[in-house]
Design a protein around this ligand. Structure first.
Ligand SMILES: Nc1ncnc2c1ncn2[C@@H]1O[C@H](COP(=O)(O)OP(=O)(O)OP(=O)(O)O)[C@@H](O)[C@H]1O
Length: 212
C-alpha cells in the first residue's frame, strides 16, 4: 500500500529521519517511540506537508512528488496538536476541506454525528477546548475517499465515548472500504482491540519493525 525508498528528512541540514526502505501492506500500522524520536516528522512527510529527499509511493501508482494532487486526494492526515485560524468554524473548515478532498455530500453530516460535533458546529475554533479541536481534526481527516489515513496521537484529549466512536469508524472503514491507517500514540494502542497489522518502534529517526 505504501512504499518509502531512500527517505531522508532534515531540518536546517540536520537529518532527523532516515528510512532506507519501508513497505506497508494495507492494514492498521502503529508507530510508537519516545518524545522527539521522529514520529510526527514521518507522518507529516508521508502526508506531503514537508520537503524531503527520497520517494514515497501509494499503491505502486501515486508518487508524492510526481503525482502531488492524486496522492494528496488519497492520503489524509490528522495533526497531533491541531490549530486553525481562530475565526473559522467546523462548518467553514469542513466546507473547504470537503471540497478539496471531493467529499460525498452526506459524508460531513454522518461524521459530525459520529464524532459529536453538532453542539459546536458553527462556533469559532478560537473558543474551542483541546478535545473539541481534536474532534474537528479527526472529522477533517476522514473526508473524501482516502486510501490511507494518518492519525497522529488521535487519543490525546479525546473523551472515552468519542475514542470508542473513533475506533468503530476505523474498524468500519477498514472492513468495508479497505482503508489503511497509520497511527501514533503514547498510550498502548494494542489495548484498544484494533487489529494491528504491524508495530514500528521509532528511535532517533530510525524505524524498526517490532511486530510480535
Ligand atoms: N520544525 C522543526 N524544526 C527543527 N527541528 C524540528 C522541527 N520539528 C521537529 N524537529 C526535530 O525533529 C526531531 C523529531 O521530532 P518529531 O516531532 O518528529 O518527534 P515525535 O516522535 O513526534 O515526538 P513527540 O512524541 O514528542 O510528539 C526532534 O529532534 C525535533 O526537535
Amino acid at each position: 500500500m505504501l512504499t518509502v525508498t531512500n527517505l531522508i528528512k532534515a531540518y536546517d541540514g540536520r537529518p532527523v529521519l532516515t528510512v532506507p526502505s519501508l513497505q506497508l501492506p494495507t492494514g492498521i500500522h502503529y508507530f510508537r517511540g519516545s518524545n522527539g524520536s521522529g514520529k510526527t516528522t514521518f507522518f507529516r512527510t508521508v502526508a506531503g506537508l514537508l520537503p524531503f529527499a527520497g520517494q514515497i509511493t501509494l499503491n505502486d501508482q501515486y508518487e508524492i512528488s510526481r503525482d502531488p494532487v492524486a496522492y494528496r486526494l488519497r492520503v489524509n492526515y490528522a495533526e497531533a496538536e491541531p490549530l486553525y485560524p481562530d475565526f473559522l468554524t467546523p462548518r467553514d473548515l469542513a466546507g473547504f476541506v470537503g471540497q478539496a478532498k471531493r467529499a460525498p455530500a452526506e459524508q460531513v453530516s454522518e461524521l459530525v454525528e459520529v464524532l459529536g460535533i453538532n453542539p459546536f458546529w458553527t462556533q469559532p475554533t478560537g473558543t474551542f477546548s483541546s478535545g473539541m479541536l481534536k474532534k474537528l481534526s479527526l472529522l477533517l481527516a476522514f473526508l473524501g475517499q482516502p486510501r490511507l489515513i494518518l492519525l497522529d496521537e488521535p487519543l490525546t484529549t479525546l473523551d472515552t465515548a468519542t475514542a470508542s466512536q473513533l475506533f468503530g469508524l476505523v474498524r468500519q472503514l477498514r472492513a468495508d472500504q479497505d482503508v489503511s491507517f497509520c497511527l501514533t500514540s503514547h498510550q498502548d494502542v494494542s489495548l484498544t482491540g484494533l487489529p494491528l497489522t504491524s508495530i514500528w518502534q521509532v528511535n532517533d529517526g530510525l524505524l524498526t519493525d517490532v511486530t510480535p
